[in-house]
Design a protein around this ligand. Structure first.
Ligand SMILES: Cc1cc2nc3c(=O)[nH]c(=O)nc-3n(C[C@H](O)[C@H](O)[C@H](O)COP(=O)(O)OP(=O)(O)OC[C@H]3O[C@@H](n4cnc5c(N)ncnc54)[C@H](O)[C@@H]3O)c2cc1C
Length: 379
């Protein structure tokens, strides 16, 4: 594997940095404070091709592979992880699921709108009582002629209020039957589909997280994604790719925290010298760089396998597990290196510290990644 950045990746790094400095950094603490979801940023990201990174050009996307995708999320998340999270959820989950399982007519109808950023997407698997144990979901769809009637609540949904299109996995068969769930494409404005409570979060505050409520919501059978009964199996395949994007998000946070801590440690003086001279600080920096690079290797390995079309269940779970734990640990160390100043909003590390925790929870907790890895190595 060649680890140097290809030409596309170099172009993405430059483009995202430039975009971030102009359109994200000046406002990000305001969005964080007021928990505002800056929808207009995603329209602009669409103009740059970042809302359809993996979408083939024939459907209006950038037609890139996973290396470029990881680079885009990492660079964006280094500036503001909540923008990185929303961009990742839109690309990997809603758009990725539609791209992988839609028929030609559905692709033509939805993918160009999603890839251009004209529409933003949501993906609903989690429910109030079923997170890790998604197979026990309670949200149902019952057939009524050419329509299916959806009832239930999905929670913790990224873009649950603002998304124009939701990909929703609901029960259509027996409880605990892995073929008892089906995926539906539900457009905003469909009667019986509404947004619920918006979560007030610790971090990732500019990324909207909310409930989606279905009350006798009638959806035509043409809106089924793939086959009836395939929803859960599809969702697991989508999470294989999605976990690479959470690993990339974690890399952005880890890198941002490391660079901020390195800079501060050279500037801050105590006992008549820069604090980087103290072994207690320099060893922290050495550990941060080492663990960051180990996480990057795992992530790029998973990305490489995904580009080759191979199964990545174990590799993406390992990348997500290691990178997410690394970024929580690294942002904690970065706050420590900043001392009291790290505990304020005057420096970027307190935001990395708050934002990082999502990475060990979303798209499967660290414990669930270990369940996945153990199951695969023991089978
Ligand atoms: C900001 C944010 C955005 C999100 N976006 C989306 C989205 O867009 N779409 C979507 O569908 N979901 C989304 N989620 C939901 C997310 O995927 C779930 O929160 C996650 O899967 C965990 O589920 P839970 O919160 O119900 O925790 P639970 O499943 O209740 O877990 C609680 C604890 O028990 C542990 N645990 C559970 N089972 C086991 C086990 N078998 N072995 C060991 N430990 C176990 C967990 O690791 C965890 O520590 C989002 C969550 C957040 C916080």
């Amino acid at each position: 594997m060649d680890f140097s950045l290809n030409e596309n990746q170099r172009m993405i790094v430059e483009m995202v940095r430039d975009f971030g400095e102009k359109h994200i950094r000046p406002k990000m603490m305001e969005w964080d404070e007021s928990q505002e979801f800056p929808r207009e940023v995603f329209t602009k990201l669409g103009e740059l091709g970042l809302m359809g990174v993996l979408v083939p050009q024939e459907y209006g996307g950038s037609g890139f592979g996973y290396f470029e995708y990881v680079t885009a999320i990492t660079e964006l998340s280094k500036i503001d992880p909540s923008i990185g999270l929303s961009m990742a959820a839109h690309n990997s989950l809603c758009t990725g699921h539609t791209l992988m399982f839609a028929n030609e007519e559905q692709k033509k109808k939805y993918i160009p709108k999603l890839a251009s950023g004209e529409w933003i997407g949501a993906w609903g698997l989690t429910e109030p009582n079923t997170g890790s144990d998604a197979m026990r979901m309670k949200c149902t769809a019952k057939q009524d002629g050419d329509y299916w009637v959806l009832n239930g609540t999905k929670c913790w949904i990224t873009h649950g209020i603002s998304a124009e299109l939701a990909v929703v996995i609901v029960r259509t068969g027996e409880l605990l039957d892995s073929h008892g769930m089906t995926t539906f494409l539900v457009e905003r404005g469909t009667p019986g589909f509404k947004a619920g409570k918006k979560e007030n979060k610790l971090g990732m505050r500019a990324s909207e997280t909310a409930e989606m409520i279905f009350e006798d919501c009638r959806v035509h059978k043409d809106q089924i994604l793939g086959k009836v009964g395939d929803g859960f199996i599809q969702a697991m395949k989508i999470l294989d790719g999605g976990r690479i994007s959470i690993a990339a998000l974690s890399l952005g946070i880890g890198k941002g925290a490391y660079e901020a801590a390195l800079k501060y440690s050279k500037e801050r003086e105590q006992f008549g010298q820069p604090i980087s001279n103290f072994q207690g600080i320099s060893f922290k920096l050495a550990d941060m760089k080492t663990r960051y690079e180990a996480a990057e290797l795992l992530t790029m390995r998973a990305a490489d396998l995904k580009n080759r079309g191979e199964k990545v269940t174990t590799e993406s779970a390992m990348a997500k597990l290691y990178a997410s734990e690394m970024c929580v640990w690294a942002s904690n160390e970065a706050v420590q290196i900043h001392g009291g100043y790290g505990y304020t909003k005057d420096f970027p590390v307190e935001k990395y510290y708050r934002d990082s925790k999502l990475c060990t929870i979303g798209e499967g907790t660290s414990e669930i990644q270990k369940v996945v890895i153990a199951k695969n190595i023991l089978s």
